[in-house]
Design a protein around this ligand. Structure first.
Ligand code: CO
Length: 133
């Protein structure tokens, strides 16, 4: 079951520059930030009502977000759907033959997460997440 949009991920060249807009100008509070080496990003999560904005700065041009910036420039990178059980959701989609990026959920900034292939979602990279308390 998909419950809501958990967050929208935005690829940026500079997290500090992006935070000047999202945090200072729009006044959205930052509630988490981290360097996630496995995903090759510096990230920050900002609260926007019941949802979140995730800003992603690549650690290197060769990382997935680095390549995305090179191809498309800054902008919408992915949408994350919240589910209470990411394992069950992923198994169900696998059984339906949905194209995936991740075959297994893994630990991410938003909890246990996995990515579906953009081809499955009409060109949009979709993340599924089950937040951990
Ligand atoms: Co995300």
């Amino acid at each position: 079951m998909i419950e809501k949009i958990h967050h929208v991920g935005i690829a940026v060249h500079s997290l500090d520059d992006a935070l000047r807009f999202y945090s200072e100008t729009l006044r959205l509070p930052v509630h988490a930030s981290a360097t996630v080496e496995e995903q090759g990003v510096r990230a920050a999560l900002l609260t926007i009502g019941q949802s979140e904005i995730e800003l992603l700065e690549p650690l290197s041009p060769e990382s997935p977000v680095g390549k995305f910036l090179e191809r498309k420039g800054e902008g919408l990178h992915h949408i994350c759907f919240q589910t209470p059980d990411v394992d069950a959701e992923l198994e169900e989609l696998k059984a339906k033959g949905v194209e995936l990026v991740d075959q297994q959920p893994r630990k991410g900034l938003a909890g246990m997460i996995c990515f579906l292939h953009p081809k499955a979602n009409r060109g949009v990279l979709v993340e599924l997440a089950t937040p951990v308390e």
